[in-house]
Structure formats: C-alpha cells, structure tokens
Design a protein around this ligand. Structure first.
Ligand code: ATP
Ligand code: MG
Length: 171
C-alpha cells in the first residue's frame, strides 16, 4: 500500500473538485482539530456552508486559524478545493512565514465518478457547468503543482489507492 510521508509540523493542502473526497479523506487520516475546512468557516460566518458570498470572510478566518496553528508548529490540513493558484500561494506563504514546509495531496478520481457523485449528493447542488469549470481549474493546478515549491506533491487518481493509502508523519 502506498504511504504518504508528511512532515509532522507542516501545512497540508488537500486539492480536488467538489466531490473528490477531500472531507472524507481528511476525516479518515487526521484528527478533527488538525483539519480546517472552508465549508466549516462559511457556516460559522453565515449559517450556511454553501453560501458562496461568505467565501472571503470564511478564508479570512481560515487563514488566521492556519497561522495560529502553524505558529505552534501543529500539523494543519486545509480542506478546501485549493484549485486556484492564488489560494495555494496565500496558504504556502503562511507556512513559509513559520519556516514550515507545505505538502499537496490532490484527490483526482475519474471524471465519471465525480459527475456521478454530484448527481447523487443531497447536501449540495452542483451544476454540470460548475463541475466542468472545476475540472478545468483542476487540470491547470495539476500542471503547475510540481513547480510551486511544495515539499511533496501526492496525486491520488485510482479510487482503490485513495482507499488504501496510509499517512506517515515524519520529522
Ligand atoms: P466538497 O468540495 O463539495 O466538500 P469533498 O471533496 O469534500 O467535496 P466528500 O464530501 O468527501 O468530497 O465526498 C463526496 C461524496 O463522495 C460523498 O458522498 C462521499 O461519501 C463520497 N466519497 C468520498 N470519498 C469516497 C471514497 N473514497 N469512496 C467512496 N465514496 C467516497
Ligand atoms: Mg468537503
């Protein structure tokens, strides 16, 4: 089984379109307090985790939490799509400020799996158009991740791999 080595004091960015399995992966491999989620902070500021107008406020708080955790050298996992360069740059900058490495974990299930999950989801309405836009953004992100300065970039495509990987914290 594949082992993802992650520095014990680092910032981990989960990357993936809606329905890629980021929150599921985070819950499986990390403690709840280690995971900071954009949806969670959208709900905190607006009572609605799907309220996109709350995105700026949610990320202001998310960045502050990331900053305070990394100040303490605590492993911090960002559960957000992280599809846009500027989103990743802003987060990596916080880690750099604390002299800590960043790691990227991209969850990239087959497109038909993504579309199927979007149709089946009851907690979130996702138009086919929105999914397509995210898939385009994801492709751009995957093209760039290797050059962005992450300590490690893990791209998980095969659903069987996603379900069997283990995370090993390393010094
Ligand atoms: P969003 O960006 O919208 O929050 P997400 O990337 O966090 O999406 P999840 O909520 O983790 O995605 O998963 C979306 C759906 O896919 C859920 O219904 C979940 O049960 C299913 N799913 C996630 N991971 C797996 C998996 N490894 N195997 C089977 N189903 C999965
Ligand atoms: Mg999620």
């Amino acid at each position: 089984p594949r082992v993802l080595e992650i520095p014990a004091a680092s910032l981990v960015l989960l990357i993936g379109v809606s329905g890629a399995g980021k929150s599921t992966f985070a819950a499986r491999h990390f403690r709840p307090t280690q995971v900071v989620s954009s949806d969670h902070y959208r709900a905190v500021v607006s009572d609605d985790e799907n309220d996109q107008s709350a995105t700026d406020d949610a990320f202001t708080i998310l960045h502050a939490v990331v900053d305070r955790r990394l100040q303490r050298g605590l492993l911090t996992v960002v559960d957000a799509t992280n599809l846009h360069t500027h989103a990743r740059v802003a987060l990596r900058r916080i880690a750099r400020r604390h002299n800590l490495p960043s790691v990227a974990i991209a969850l990239v299930p087959p497109v038909d799996v993504i579309r199927q999950r979007a149709r089946e989801r009851s907690d979130r309405a996702l138009s086919a158009k929105a999914i397509d836009r995210q898939l385009t953004d994801l492709q751009h992100a995957l093209d760039r991740l290797g050059q962005e300065g992450f300590r490690a970039v893990y791209v998980l495509r095969d659903p069987a791999t996603v379900d069997t990987v283990t995370v090993r914290l390393v010094p």
